[in-house]
Design a protein. Structure first.
Length: 444
């Protein structure tokens, strides 16, 4: 039988920290954050911290407290594949095991929530539910089904004489796309992912190609909205971005090619841009070592100046940027914070980058009312970091500096987290009920 090994006190204060609350423009020095029963209930100058008995104090002098990080673009099923064709060879059974292992790595990296944007089978819904039910350790998941794309698109990656039932969805025409969206609502997704342009990873299409018609994408997005789902669109060509924004997509993934018209469309919309710079730099930096195809490496060289200019222009124009790494291919899950460093290299100020990975990310994935900032009433998903990410974003990449990772007020990772004795790193202990010991005594 599992023992009640949960060690986080239900009421505690993180005292004396540098607080980065996810929304303020400057850090708040020598502050406290008070957590009760999974929620943030107060914060302020440390002199005003509650002194009542029974409230545990964690001394956070010299450390930063901030919201748990959020990655808006993950595929937990991908396990070190060099390219999409290789990723699609995993059957759904292996994909599930990979996702469970990666969920732990992502949480250890300080990411307490993710949005899955394309899975194998219906794995991300199962992952979302397993984390919510406390069966496994992992980030909170906003789940998509399989990406929806047309014949020949970035989704259609297997050799043409092969067929896959678990990999990405290949559907053509307005009716088939509407049906695919409806099917995914039945499967319980939160978000619909469309593939609207080619990809450098593909043998026969290119990122500059638009692989869906405006009519098809508009129908798909209209259908998704009707069922109350958010929409993410893989868009690396000029037209794919415009089709997606005109039809009301919530997020544009990659955004490799943006011109004045697309930036204007962004400004008129409520949409967010998720740059996924890890995708770009992992091919450029690791492509040769990993033996990626010449087509893939050459195309990324063409994309690099366009991509960097597009993100800079979007930022300059005030487009809302949310952080997402698109890891799992080339770079492993757990390296999610590298994306934050890349965003700073494009001239985005450090505080804005931190917001892109916390409060702005939470809004981008439709969860701004639940987490993403340190605010009374929100879920206590928090990091205690030994160091100052505003001074050096790379401290977030060092697990030795992630001292405490809290999810709903419970420590779930970090150097000060103690693994429950008779549990594995993946399987969670049951929630400790306050009344449990009395009940047990009664039964005997
Ligand atoms: Zn992706």
């Amino acid at each position: 039988m599992r023992s009640p090994t949960r060690t986080t006190p239900p009421e505690f204060v993180l005292a004396g920290c540098r607080l980065i609350d996810g929304v303020s423009d400057s850090p708040l020095e020598n502050h406290y954050v008070e957590v009760r029963h999974g929620k943030v209930v107060a914060s302020g100058p440390v002199a005003k911290a509650p002194k009542d008995k029974g409230v545990h104090h964690y001394d956070c002098q010299g450390r930063t407290v901030m919201p748990g990080l959020i990655d808006c673009h993950v595929h937990m099923v991908y396990a070190g594949a060099k390219n999409m064709e290789e990723a699609m060879r995993f059957p759904v059974e292996a994909a599930v095991i990979n996702a469970v292992i990666h969920a732990r790595a992502i949480l250890n990296a300080g990411f307490t929530a993710v949005r899955e944007v394309g899975t194998i089978g219906n794995t991300s819904v199962a992952m979302r539910d397993a984390v919510a039910a406390r069966k496994i350790y992992g980030p909170k998941v906003v789940a998509s089904g399989r990406g929806i794309g047309t014949t020949g698109s970035g989704n259609d990656v297997l050799p043409p004489h092969w067929e896959s039932t678990a990999g990405r969805l290949v559907v053509d025409g307005v009716d088939a796309i509407r049906k695919a969206v409806r099917r995914q609502t039945r499967e319980g997704v939160d978000n619909i992912k469309f593939i609207a342009s080619g990809g450098e990873f593909h043998p026969t299409n290119y990122t500059w190609m638009t692989t869906i018609s405006e009519e098809e994408l508009r129908a798909g997005i209209e259908e998704a909205k009707r069922w109350g789902k958010t929409v993410a669109v893989h868009a690396q060509s000029y037209d794919s971005v415009k089709f997606a924004l005109r039809a009301g997509a919530d997020t544009i993934e990659h955004g490799t090619r943006l011109d004045e018209e697309s930036i204007e469309l962004f400004r008129k919309s409520k949409a967010f841009l998720v740059p996924t710079l890890c995708t770009l730099y992992s091919v450029l930096n690791l492509g040769e070592k990993l033996g990626l195809s010449k087509k893939q490496r050459d195309e990324m060289k063409v994309n690099q100046p366009l991509w960097e200019a597009s993100i800079r222009a979007a930022h300059a124009a005030g487009v809302q940027i949310a952080s997402g790494g698109d890891l799992g291919n080339r770079m492993p899950h757990g390296d999610n914070a590298v994306e934050l460093e890349y965003l700073t290299t494009l001239g985005i100020p450090a505080m804005e980058v931190l917001k892109a990975a916390t409060s702005v990310a939470a809004r981008a994935i439709g969860r701004g009312d639940r987490f993403g900032s340190v605010k009374p009433g929100l879920e206590a998903d928090l990091l205690v970091v030994d160091g100052d990410p505003l001074a050096d974003m790379r401290v977030l990449q060092e697990e030795a500096r992630l001292n405490m990772v809290f999810q709903d007020g419970e420590m779930v990772a970090g150097t000060e987290w103690k693994s429950p004795q008779d549990e594995t790193d993946s399987i969670r202990p049951p929630r400790e009920e306050a009344a449990a010991p009395a009940c047990e005594a009664h039964q005997h």
